[in-house]
Design a protein around this ligand. Structure first.
Ligand SMILES: *Cc1c(COP(=O)(O)O)cnc(C)c1O
Length: 365
């Protein structure tokens, strides 16, 4: 483990800082079920995300599942196949049918100009993804949703901290879901956030995450997706470092970009210019015939880049023969070329330099 360099690595606070938070939990003997740490963390996140209504859940995936359940959707949901499998699984696990829309070649987010062609009388919602923290065309999507009376649920798992026109990105759509997983830029070990436009939906989300309970009665067929006090404690500790985390990531990102910019065979995915950036990933596109050899070249030096996102979610075994998997050639091409390089706060300058020189060696030969 020690010498291996992975794509992601969790940010952890000083252990004593975490212990101080944990001591409160031991003193109170209140370990889960919306305790003081949970509630404090919620207030911190409202400020960090610049939203009025949010709730915490156990992870980003359950944020998505609960969001879809709270809106009581039926039929078809238009979404992107260029994402982590969680997005598509959340749709299918709600007994909804995913309809795959192609992506924009420059941002790799859902191509808003292709959404309307996919709308049928069965369409109930759009579920776009701010992939790599690149924001979707939120204005165009809102316009389409209003015109066709569709709900919009953003998978914002990778978009923590991003602002667009001064608004927190979580304030777009009917609901927006963030992940606080250990591999994301800011983590509570495991954790998820749902931001809701309407307060009534927020209330429903609070019930859904706790078995549907309301007093003795049960109002929704909810599962259990509550965030524990220990996870909230980690989120509280780490919240002090969000600015530092993003600043360090930017340094590494800029270093990669400066050094790899001129390689003919490497195209760096541009960060969104209209919104702020969180430097969640350093994404490159390389010729598909070279990708595996480049990965091997890095692996032989203990560096583990990832084909993130490959395969597309409409190509995986469990969806074959079940759905119309659509025609998404731009997403397909991107998935065959894309790679993400290690980028995290535990990466040293020396390690980044090593990755850069191995990359230059490979592509200049
Ligand atoms: C991480 C991620 C999820 C799932 O979040 P978890 O907190 O790991 O459950 C969902 N969608 C996308 C795009 C993600 O990157």
């Amino acid at each position: 483990m020690k010498d291996k360099i992975f794509v992601a690595s969790p940010f952890l606070p000083d252990i004593n800082e975490y212990m101080n938070e944990v001591k409160d939990i031991f003193d109170a003997k209140y370990v889960t079920n919306m305790g003081p740490k949970h509630n404090k963390f919620k207030e911190i996140l409202k400020e960090k995300l610049k939203v009025n209504n949010l709730d915490l859940v156990v992870n980003g995936h359950m944020a998505l599942e609960n969001a879809l359940q709270a809106l009581e959707l039926e039929g078809e949901v238009i979404t992107t196949p260029f994402t982590f499998i969680s997005t598509t699984n959340a749709i299918v696990r709600n007994n909804l049918i995913p309809i795959f829309c192609d992506v924009d070649p420059t941002t790799l987010t859902i191509d808003a100009n292709k959404i309307e062609d996919l709308i049928t009388e069965k369409t109930s919602a759009i579920m776009p993804v701010h992939i790599y923290g690149n924001i979707c065309d939120v204005e165009k999507i809102e316009e389409i949703a209003r015109k066709h009376k569709l709900k919009v649920i953003y998978d914002a798992a990778q978009a923590f901290g991003i602002e667009y026109k001064g608004n927190g990105i979580g304030s777009y759509g009917d609901l927006s879901c963030f992940s606080l997983h250990a591999t994301k830029i800011y983590n509570s070990v495991e954790g998820g956030v749902v931001c809701a436009k309407e307060e009534s939906i927020l209330k429903k989300l609070e019930i859904i995450k706790n078995f549907g309970l309301s007093g003795e009665d049960v109002l929704e067929f909810g599962g259990n997706s509550k965030m524990s006090e220990f996870h909230a404690a980690m989120g509280i500790c780490n919240s002090k470092y969000i600015k530092d985390i993003i600043a360090r990531r930017k340094e590494l990102y800029d270093k990669y970009k400066e050094k790899l910019n001129n390689l003919r065979d490497v195209k760096i995915l541009e960060n969104n210019k209209s919104a702020t950036n969180n430097y969640a990933y350093f994404v490159i596109l390389v010729d598909k015939d070279k990708r595996d050899n480049y990965l091997k070249h890095l692996e032989s030096n203990n560096i583990y880049a990832r084909k993130y996102f490959y395969p597309l979610t409409n190509e995986v075994s469990c969806y074959k023969d079940k759905f119309d998997l659509g025609y998404t050639p731009i997403a397909k091409e991107a998935s065959e070329k894309v790679l993400t390089l290690p980028l995290h706060t535990n990466l040293t300058d020396e390690q980044a330099d090593k990755i850069i020189s191995l990359t230059l060696d490979f592509f200049n030969n």
